[in-house]
Design a binder for this molecule. Sequence first.
Ligand code: HEC
Length: 204
Amino acid sequence: MSKALKTAATAAAFTLAALTLDAGAAHAACEAGKPRAEMTYEDAQALYDCIEAELHAGYMDGPKRWIPEEFVADYRGWTPVSRLPADPGFHGERYLLTFVNETGAAEYLEFAEERGPMPEGTVIAKESFAVSEAGVASPGPLFIMQKVAPGTSPATNDWYYMMVGANGRPQAVPVETACSQCHNDLFGMRDGLGYPVEAVRAGN
Ligand code: HEC
């Protein structure tokens, strides 16, 4: 890390420490202490550390209706397949962090450029948070993909796509056009998997 970056990272840590002192406040902001454009993935991790409890509490709030509640309750115990949050420019420019359940983790971690279908029962959850231009974090939705039995949902390559708002409400989205098309147009050769950007993939 360059000296300038280190100084900046220290400044960010100080900002976060100051905010922690303020934790009694109803809604302590999580701030990077620098503009978003200057943030490193490590800065994003510091923001995540600050916002993660609020993020998960938000997803858990209220009934999950058609979304299996255990997906939302359990995903933090699954295998993290990214080391740090990154903002690939998809999913609304948000910072993303991905977890895969036991059924699919080993296969996902191969990050194969070409592959057949993932094992039935694979569930992938992706947390997201937004960061303003000024470097202030706010919770974003939880994105979920579930691999179902062959032939169950041919239009989406047997993936069920789900989305839980930051406030815990299941979001009714037209999944073919809002989720599946992009995943399959861009990543059809690897069963629709986008994968985290290389720099932050687990193992890199
Ligand atoms: C415009 C393209 C696009 C759209 C639309 C889109 N995604 Fe994604 N999705 C991606 C990309 C690219 C990644 C990999 C991003 C990363 O982690 O850096 C990804 C990753 C994911 C992952 C992690 C598994 C993986 O592919 O590696 C989940 C889960 C997911 N998306 C769910 C959804 C859901 C649910 C929707 C609809 C509400 C949706 N996506 C809409 C492009 C898209």
